[in-house]
Design a binder for this molecule. Structure first.
Ligand SMILES: Cc1ncc(COP(=O)(O)O)c(C=O)c1O
Length: 441
């Protein structure tokens, strides 16, 4: 069955009677006029179609725990939606924990990930009642045990391992290959298990965790990931008599940014994961484990679009035509970070014939601040509303104040209603952390 991550546009996208693009029953040109640009627009129906898709696809495996990877897009409103949908949260910083706590999220459904959690973050995570911590390295094992001891708590942990699986995605978003900054190498797990058993008595090892990468289009890597984890669980059981019955498979399901992308559906990965679990439980005589999955991009990526207003343009004699917009690498770092490509339309002229090859450039002082290179669009006029699709994941969350440009607002649209979920930053907020030492006055 097809799922929303296999389309470029949010599920509610259409062209309305004004000839403009409409999402969630809201005219994008009206949204741009009302809230200003750049503007992130999130379609609630698309988000919920993905969460429901995950639940449906795994319905025959009741020992499943869905955790939204908050790094993809974290706000209090998204926490509310995830709670309503019965999802937990995969959190990876003190700031993400704080956002979850202040949204009133049920912290017994959260997990803490990351390769360099600080003392303060771990302390805060435990105090906040985090359910499980995925431990990344030896340094963290010792630190966590000390903090747990000080707080007089026993903390449930997973060991994050690098399963040695290469998936065909950009090298910056591959994580499960052997030479990775994340997790224990498989040659190090014995030492970790022995330390937990013999010394770190405030830690309770419940299972293993891996995340093989992001923007994944293949099923086989998930099958292989489950197999590697099961082999490790079996080895630990045979060697130490320890039964680990929780596994975390990470996230990674890809989405469709451009027509060339061929992402698989949620049903494809669910079937593959469940199949591999059944096969390997039987093969290694291990009880079917509780399974965590942590999708991020696939939940919010397709749901979000970014609106810009067209500004200056420049035709380089015998060269490219550059069309500038009022945002850029500060609201979407992905094109400059890993050459990410997007599908683009003019929201006030979606039916216009694509007659011009243009390069959409951002407003920042960097030649690399290019949002889309050499794409075909109708002739653009100053003031047009330019819509970038599939910007819902890792757009706002990687945004910056480069050039002291303000962070955009975000609205959630549904059934003709739009609600602000992130206010546009103000100049006052921009300078709120600045301090002038008295000797400079
Ligand atoms: C440990 C972990 N889990 C889940 C995710 C979410 O991945 P995605 O957004 O590709 O689903 C990430 C992304 O970096 C991650 O590092």
């Amino acid at each position: 069955m097809k799922t929303a991550n296999q389309d470029i546009k949010p599920v509610t996208t259409k062209i309305n009677e004004n000839g403009n693009i409409e999402i969630g029953g809201c005219d994008l040109v009206d949204l741009a006029n009302t809230y200003g640009t750049p503007l992130y627009v999130y379609d609630e129906e698309t988000i919920r179609s993905m969460t429901k898709g995950y639940k449906d696809a795994f319905k025959n495996y009741p020992k499943i725990n869905m955790m939204f990877a908050a790094k993809a897009f974290m706000t209090k409103a998204i926490c509310k939606i995830m709670q309503q949908e019965g999802f937990g949260l995969d959190l990876c910083s003190g700031g993400e924990i704080y956002t979850a706590v202040s949204s009133g999220f049920d912290m017994t459904k959260t997990l803490f990930n990351g390769n360099n959690k600080s003392y303060d973050e771990i302390n805060y995570a435990i105090e906040s009642g985090i359910n499980t911590i995925s431990v990344d390295n030896f340094f963290e094992l010792a630190l966590l045990n000390n903090i747990a001891k000080t707080q007089n708590k026993i903390v449930r942990i997973l060991l994050r391992i690098t399963p040695g699986i290469e998936c065909h995605t950009h090298e910056y978003i591959q994580t499960g290959h052997l030479d990775s900054k994340f997790g224990f190498d498989l040659t190090q797990t014995d030492e970790a298990v022995e330390l937990i058993r013999d010394e770190y008595i405030n830690l309770k090892l419940v299972g293993l965790h891996a995340h093989i990468g992001s923007q994944i289009f293949e099923k086989q890597v998930y099958y292989d990931e489950v197999e590697v984890i099961f082999k490790e669980i079996k080895r630990i059981k045979d060697k130490y008599g320890i039964n680990l019955n929780e596994i975390n498979l990470g996230g990674g399901l890809g989405i469709k940014y451009t027509e060339e992308d061929r992402p698989i559906s949620i049903y494809d990965i669910a079937e593959t994961i469940i199949d591999s679990i059944k096969v390997h439980s039987k093969k290694y005589n291990i009880e079917e484990p509780y399974v965590f999955i942590e999708p991020g991009r696939s939940i919010v990526g397709t749901a979000g679009v970014t609106l810009y207003t067209a500004g200056s343009s420049k035709q380089v004699p015998k060269g490219r035509k550059y069309q500038s917009v009022d945002g850029g690498m500060s609201d979407n770092a992905r094109p400059s970070l890993y050459q990410a490509k997007y599908s683009v339309e003019v929201a006030n002229n979606p039916n216009g014939e694509a007659v011009e090859k243009v390069t959409i450039s951002g407003k920042h002082c960097e030649s690399g601040d290019i949002l889309a290179k050499d794409i075909m669009l109708p002739e653009i006029e100053e003031g047009d509303t330019i819509c970038f699709y599939t910007t819902g994941a890792y757009g706002y969350s990687m945004s910056s104040n480069y050039n002291r440009v303000l962070k955009p607002a975000a609205v959630l649209v549904n059934n003709g209603k739009s609600d602000i979920i992130i206010n546009r930053q103000t100049y006052e907020q921009l300078c709120i952390s600045d301090n002038i030492p008295t000797r400079l006055n």
